[in-house]
Design a protein around this ligand. Structure first.
Ligand code: FE
Ligand code: FE
Length: 256
């Protein structure tokens, strides 16, 4: 399903604020701040519950709370990969970084497609013309093709606009008391990087191993997209199934 975006809508206004405010300095400082994990301790199951109060304003296709989206994504993965529990959990928690809203972060620092900061903007960005309002566009280095990076440096070396992807990645990377492996951490980290994985931008930053990463994300993406025909009533049985999985893979509290 292709997402369509129109002017003067909820998501247009979100991108307007995002493109104006997500500068290189902003993204770098948020990343540094949140990597310290100084925002309390909480179990993954509790953080997931907080998704029942968040509706993603960046998506034109959805008005349900993110908790429903979490179960739907996991269930779609389970249908195709019934014994890949890690992948199912990845689907369940991939958007939990949106708990940034509970720390008072504005929507434009939580959601929306991510893009590279510190180098020329890609061509495939939603409402990309609004980036003219970003001060970075006048920076003599940032506005060059490679900016502060080098060709084929690998996408993991890039700083992206800050949001729920990078935040949850950092939580999972820096807490060692869970069983979700690197492959799924990387999918979480770059799942909103649409200009790259779907738009075809920034290929000149890719290293050899990034091709596998991209394929993993594209596989995940088919389950992440919303579909209006999906079941919104999550059965108790389904909830219990994921509760057990969460207990197994995230038995303890994490630092957030
Ligand atoms: Fe997301
Ligand atoms: Fe999602």
């Amino acid at each position: 399903m292709l997402r369509t975006f129109n002017k003067n809508t909820r998501e247009y206004n979100l991108y307007k604020a995002m493109y104006e405010n997500q500068t290189y300095e902003f993204a770098k400082s948020k990343r540094q701040f949140y990597s310290k994990l100084n925002n309390g301790k909480m179990k993954m199951s509790k953080a997931l519950e907080l998704m029942n109060k968040y509706i993603d304003p960046s998506d034109p296709d959805i008005n349900d709370c993110n908790l429903i989206h979490a179960y739907q994504t996991a269930e779609r993965i389970r249908q195709k990969y019934p014994t890949n529990y890690e992948y199912q959990l990845c689907g369940l928690i991939h958007d939990v970084g949106k708990i940034l809203y509970t720390f008072g972060e504005p929507d434009w620092a939580i959601v929306g497609d991510t893009f590279v900061v510190g180098a020329e903007y890609g061509k495939a960005l939603v409402y990309g013309n609004l980036l003219k309002n970003n001060v970075d566009i006048n920076d003599t280095i940032f506005r060059t093709k490679f900016g502060i990076y080098s060709p084929n440096c690998g996408v993991k070396k890039l700083t992206l606009s800050f949001g729920h992807d990078e935040y949850l990645y950092s939580v999972l990377k820096n807490n060692k008391n869970h069983r979700l492996s690197e492959k799924y951490l990387d999918i979480i980290r770059f799942h909103s990087f649409y200009p790259w994985h779907t738009g075809g931008d920034y290929s000149y930053f890719m290293s050899k191993e990034d091709e596998t990463l991209k394929q993993n994300i594209l596989d995940f993406n088919q389950f992440d997209l919303y579909s209006k025909t999906d079941e919104k009533n999550i059965s108790q049985e389904t909830k219990d199934y994921y509760k057990r999985l969460l207990e197994e893979y995230f038995p303890e509290e994490l630092d957030w």
